[in-house]
Design a protein around this ligand. Sequence first.
Ligand SMILES: [Zn+2]
Length: 137
Amino acid sequence: MLSFYETSALRRALIQPLPSNIQALLRRRINRILEDGLKVATCIFEAAAWHYAVRVECRCRQEGLFEAHGLWWKFERKGWSDDFRDARRRFYCKACSQRYGRKVRPVIIETSNKPPRHCFPLPDEREWRRAVSRFRG
Ligand SMILES: [Zn+2]
């Protein structure tokens, strides 16, 4: 569940002069978090451990929903940081990238309880257990 401080940080972000479409995205994000009572994951691993999908959303509102265990394993194998702030840079919107001729990154990366639409190969049991014990340690 989102703490009071996290909610107020998101609300403060709304007061700052952001483009109106980004403000609308943030506002919808706050509402969704308050409605669903989702735990707020900060990385792909947490999303997987808590059985959420990972959802990215472009400024054009196109969304991608990824199965989190397979996504985590893909990042792990490539040696990429799965922290949401870093992981955001590994995604891009196909439609916008074609339109603008450069890679357009999502404005939001978060957990979701919608069913995932993109599934990558899963880590084997041993790899996953090793990651879980690293996480707890
Ligand atoms: Zn887009």
